[in-house]
Design a protein. Structure first.
Length: 118
């Protein structure tokens, strides 16, 4: 009988100190995690740059926080930018100097290198 009482007492002590209570002060509020502040960058003026260079600049500026940028053919021909190095930036949807952050959609209007911007 004594073994049973000791076993029950030990079990009660073990369950009263659950894993979320170890190392905390009794009655203290639970620890909260704080999110890091949102990082912002100034959008560079990339008009006149090669499309690949513009994309590389955004990735380097943001430490790859903004990794993907979109582009579209502003010639009206609806061509896809298969080789980014063959295209140049005519306009950008976010004005130079504007604040950008992760999640923003950057879109470059482009034409082939040998073509003039409309």
């Amino acid at each position: 009988m004594l073994k049973f009482v000791v076993g029950v007492a030990l079990a009660a002590v073990a369950t009263s100190c659950g894993p979320n209570q170890i190392g905390t002060t009794p009655g203290a509020p639970p620890a909260t995690s704080t999110s890091p502040p949102i990082q912002h960058w100034a959008m560079p003026n990339l008009v006149g740059s090669g499309l690949q260079d513009a994309q590389d600049t955004i990735q380097k500026l943001t430490g790859n926080e903004i990794f993907f940028s979109a582009s579209h053919d502003v010639s009206g021909k609806g061509r896809h930018q298969v080789l980014d190095r063959d295209w140049k930036v005519c306009n950008q949807n976010i004005a130079a100097g504007s604040r950008i952050q992760a999640g923003v959609k950057i879109d470059f209007g482009v034409v082939k290198l040998a073509e003039a911007c409309p």
